[in-house]
Design a binder for this molecule. Sequence first.
Ligand code: ZN
Length: 163
Amino acid sequence: MAIRELVYDGNKLLLEKSEEITKVDDEIVQLSKDMLETMYKYDGLGLAAVQVGVLKRMIVYDCSYIEENSKKKPMVMINPKIVWTSKNKVLVEEGCLSFPDVFENIERYEKVKVEYIGIDGKKRIKSAKEMEAIVIQHETDHLDGIVFLSRVDEKNRKRGKKK
Ligand code: ZN
């Protein structure tokens, strides 16, 4: 496994749409391991492949390990697609490894259902709520070239507009 270099704010890759993964091969498995190692190293909750410079539709996350005494529960989702959202939305402060030290209040769906392919190549569906649902929305946004700051509603903005 290897730590990969992160892509930061200002890099145009972050605004590009990532491509579907057609085959879960060794390269994809290796990428998922590297992404998880990189995420843990930088204390992130989630990471999209574009954030390590790879325009492929894969996200990793772990909402467990930040809690004290919690074990790691790494999740890998290939070609994730949100297929259902709750009516209810929640406002939660978000950050992003590609935007160090920037935190904003973002409105997200409280619950989602996501279809994805697991690292074993099998198709799955998952219901997620609260933090996990928010992380999934944040990371799948990355795959469409959407960064969290573009989701900030002026009424919820924490800080002055940055040019
Ligand atoms: Zn992010």
